[in-house]
Ligand binder design. Structure first.
Ligand SMILES: Nc1ncnc2c1ncn2[C@@H]1O[C@H](COP(=O)(O)OP(=O)(O)O)[C@@H](O)[C@H]1O
Ligand SMILES: [Mg+2]
Length: 578
């Protein structure tokens, strides 16, 4: 019920149109029920009473009900379709903006396939409900009630006999509702799993092919596909159990009319015309009874979708700007970690990290993969919030800043490069859309990307595929670096940005970086000692702890992990084993 109330806030701005459509449906249903009444009048008045004068007006009235019904139905259809499309467009809009607000944790937990199911199948289910189910339910109710009223007016005894069936319908409908809800939940889950398999295989098609795991993936899909089919069959089993019952209840009405109506007519309590009216009206009782099953099915399906969509729209990010935040357009760039610990769920990844990077200083972080380097720098932008301790920028806790302003002051080239399917220029200027072409070209030169870009057929206008398909790993990294350099922020973070470029290119980038990062507080994560040796401060991370710190010379003198890496990279293997 809560989810229906939630849906109403999307419908209510267009309620006039919806009510107008329902008004037309009401008129239509009544017109449908007047027709049998007119038929009854013709039978009794004309055929049995011999009053031919009323034949023409009655036939005209009969035709008029048909014509109006058709016109109303077209208008009805148009209004409902229109309203439902607007309603789901707004729901989709809110779903999408909610998605944009979510933080990293949300995307860690929710699969793309599931989010896509919400944006497509669930939303479509809601449209069907608004455009069709609401109206059909209303139409059925009006048909049923108005038929009963007309019948009651003609002959209350026979109406009472028909009325006996209604409690049975109520019981069946109630039981169907109870058993079908969990089934739909299952169907919904399986669809989302199916979508996830498809989506992962599209993104990961290269890995699948490289490891020739096509048949494994096909089996995986088969399993998900089978599960979805089975879930749907379970759904139809519930349907098969209850709908025939509702159908036979509906058919029993005709039997009651024939037997009880027949007796009443023979006894002279009813005219033949009235019996004919009853018989024709039985359709108006029958149809809603048959529809009850469908309507319950579709409504519960919608409620399952609504619950999912509502949950996502209402999901609030855990990381947000405090109500009273510090407004500071540009920060200076001093970064301090004070006893910072961080866990993903229960897994401790960073343990009591403390260090200070003064304005304009460069800090290198090295350490084995999985030691927590990327996690550490992602805390500066508040992609995750620290579990313990605090991070300060310009001596102010980062939680005190406006989140967007904070992030605008940090430029970052992330470890796993993502490029949009856009031009190279568009990708580089992503963070600064109004940057001039000269600026774009300048940072591309600094990142040593200019040369390979101009060699491409369309140069800076070359469109790269999804995720940057069509570029080598090192080329993608250089575009990501150019993108980070373009937004001229006081803090620059480069996470493994030169890992895929050759040593010569790396050297070139190092030199230009010196120029670019001169006044910036820079964090460099790298594996090559050559990338970090000139940094003001080098932190060596091991299993989430800082195990060594100092300058290149200091660390070499210490003779620990850093020295070992240095020797390996210098080729002094005899020293390493010694
Ligand atoms: N989003 C995540 N959810 C859970 N665990 C994660 C996540 N990202 C990284 N980890 C784990 O945290 C540890 C540190 O990862 P990371 O910071 O990426 O290390 P590094 O950058 O040094 O290679 C690893 O053990 C990794 O498995
Ligand atoms: Mg990393």
């Amino acid at each position: 019920m809560k989810s229906l109330k939630w849906l109403w806030q999307y419908i209510s701005p267009y309620k006039r149109r919806l009510f107008l459509a329902l008004g037309l449906t009401l008129t239509n249903a009544i017109l449908s029920n007047i027709r049998p009444y007119i038929t009854g009048l013709i039978v009794d008045g004309v055929f049995r009473g011999g009053n031919f004068d009323i034949l023409i007006p009655l036939v005209l009235a009969f035709i008029a009900t048909i014509v109006f019904k058709d016109i109303f139905r077209i208008c009805d259809h148009y209004m409902l379709e229109d309203t439902s499309q607007i309603v789901i467009m707004n729901i989709r809009r809110d779903l999408y903006s909610s998605m944009q607000q979510q933080d990293f944790t949300y995307f860690d937990k929710n699969r793309t396939g599931d989010i896509m199911t919400k944006m497509s199948a669930d939303v479509e289910g809601i449209r069907h409900f608004v455009a069709w189910v609401i109206n059909s339910a209303f139409e059925s109710a009006v048909l049923f009630i108005s038929a009963l009223l007309i019948m009651g007016y003609i002959n209350w005894k026979l109406t009472l006999c028909l009325f006996l069936v209604t409690p049975v319908i109520g019981i069946i409908a109630f039981r169907q509702t109870k058993s079908v809800h969990p089934v739909f939940h299952n169907i919904r889950q399986s669809l989302s799993r199916l979508n996830t398999v498809v989506q992962e295989n599209i993104s990961g098609n290269r890995v699948v092919k490289a490891f020739t795991r096509e048949s494994y993936e096909i089996e995986k899909f088969k399993a998900a596909n089978l599960e979805y089919k089975n879930a749907n069959i379970e759904g139809s089993k519930v349907w098969r159990k209850y709908v025939p019952l509702l159908d036979s209840m509906a058919n029993s009405l005709n039997v009651i009319i024939l037997i009880a109506g027949g007796i009443l007519t023979i006894r002279g309590d009813m005219t033949v015309g009235e019996l004919v009216t009853f018989n024709s009206l039985s359709w108006a009782l029958n149809t809603p009874m048959r529809n009850v099953g469908w309507l319950i099915n579709d409504s519960l399906r919608t409620i399952t979708s609504l619950e999912k969509v509502k949950e996502m729209v209402e999901e609030r990010p855990k990381i947000y700007t405090k109500e009273e935040y510090i407004t500071k357009d540009r920060i200076k760039g001093k970064v301090e970690f004070r006893n910072v610990s961080f866990s993903y769920g229960d897994t401790l990844v960073l343990d009591n990290i403390s260090f200070t990077a003064n304005c304009g200083e460069s800090v290198a972080i090295i350490g084995a993969t999985g030691s927590g380097k990327s996690t550490l720098i992602s805390l500066i932008s508040r992609f995750y919030d620290v579990t313990e301790g605090e991070i300060l920028i310009d001596d102010i806790n980062i939680k005190e800043y406006n989140l967007k302003k904070l992030r605008q002051n940090i430029s970052m080239a992330m470890q796993d490069v993502f490029l949009f399917s856009d031009t190279i220029e568009g990708n580089i200027s992503y963070g600064v859309p109004d940057a001039s072409f000269n600026d774009v070209e300048e940072v591309a030169k600094a990142a040593d990307a200019h040369d390979f870009i101009v060699e491409m057929t369309e140069g800076y206008d070359t469109i790269v595929g999804e995720r940057g398909v069509g570029l080598s790993g090192g080329q993608k990294q250089r575009i990501a670096l150019a993108r980070a350099l373009l937004s001229d922020s006081p803090i620059l973070i480069l996470d493994d940005t030169t890992s895929s470029v050759d040593v010569e290119t790396e050297h070139y980038i190092q030199q230009t970086l010196k120029q670019y990062a001169k006044n910036k507080t820079t964090f460099i994560i790298a594996h090559r000692i050559s990338s970090v040796k000139d940094c003001d401060q080098i932190l060596v991370l091991d299993k989430g702890r800082i195990v060594e710190r100092g300058t290149h010379e200091e660390l070499l003198a210490k003779g620990g992990y850093y020295k070992k890496i240095y020797d390996i990279q210098q080729g002094n293997l005899d020293k390493v084993t010694a």
